[in-house]
Design a binder for this molecule. Sequence first.
Ligand code: GLC
Length: 462
Amino acid sequence: MNQLVDEAIRVLRANDRGRFTVPSEGLYPHQWLWDSAWIALGWRHLHEARAWQELESLFDAQWPDGMLPHILFREDSTSYFPGPAVWGTPTHPSRPPSSGITQPPVLATVLRRLYEESLDKARARTMAVRLLPRVLAFHRWLYRVRDPQGTGLVAIVHPWESGMDNSPAWDEALLRVPLPEDPDSRQVLDSLQEARRDLRHVDGSQRPTDQEYQRYIALVLHFRTFRYDGARVGREAPFQVVDAGFNALLHRANRDLLALLRAVTGGSRPVGDEGDEAQRSTGDHAEDSAANLHGAIREVEGWLARAEAAWPRLWNDELGLYTSLDRITGRPIPVPTAGGLLPLFAGLPDGERARRLVATIQAWGRHCRFLVPTTAPEHPSFDPLRYWRGPVWVVTNRLLWEAVRDYGHEEPARRIAHDTFALVQKEGFREYYHPETGVGLGGRGFSWSAALVLDWAVQTSR
Ligand code: GLC
């Protein structure tokens, strides 16, 4: 175990760029939204201030409307495709160039962990009061532009927003995306094969196909034509999916946001053990903002209530999990993926439904040596090599482990932990792993795999 922890620390240090961490040298040379959030959980065991910095640096690129982009381009723009020139997002002198779409909203969840578990309580309070209004702005943006009808569930407009980029759940909706015909767009699409940088780092059998990549870029080109007007993108995007995984993470984040708001405003249910000492040392400015945060409590309660009422629509009894919904056709997407298990992490299912979800995980475990494959192993779209179509990821395992354990299913939780640690011990901190052979796949020296295992190892050794 000590060796694993040392190796995790080595990976984090190697990928550290001062205020932020790259997911993996070469393959992902910039800053990614949900990677950085999870990475902060690793940093906090080494250097608490550095963990806060990792979170705060994400807001360097927050758009005026509240959007948090999924990539912050931090270095020379030719090292990654699609770079800023393809995205063509609005630029601003005080913001790093960025992509124009978002990623799973897990910041509030990480912020709550840092806040509750940090040793320096005064700093934790200052940082929470500073970051909470920005997290709120992000969630407000999500509801405003991605749920304009007020259904309680938000849509993603690009598979990359799900964080589970290549999931087979997106196939059908993605293939419907029209390829733009204007000359500029044609030129980008025609030169795609040479432009792709991912295939220089990872074998093509483990990455999306060219056909899929064409659609990914076509979507970007559509958003460019919409000039990244959030409301228009939300209304007119040719890909609109109510992703069960994204919405589950948003629900969990809203619960964590509510707990934090109550804690910093001295609301009725404080979390953590920050005492008067911490309160006194923060100064007037922080206290002023805390007062403003009070009003947000109702708003977050409203989001939670609306989502709870909407969730049952995503349950698929036949598959024994939640599935996503195509907002354009109005039809459910009956593809069983790990995203459909994540409502467990949000505490959404009741005890009986949680048992069904755990039984689904166990059934997958009878087909695969290593839990949790990202797509059901018996499903025709299952592919043990291609990312998010079967391989095991540390991030999904870490979330499902906690969720299954919290619902009281000790034995399956132990198996998820056991399998994850066996994989990283055997293969190191890879991007993902073959669910049958356990072979490490995708990028190497992967930051969130290292950070989450480090955090997990410390948590379970207490
Ligand atoms: C891949 C993953 C995405 C992650 C990114 C950086 O694109 O699908 O979830 O954020 O890599 O690690």
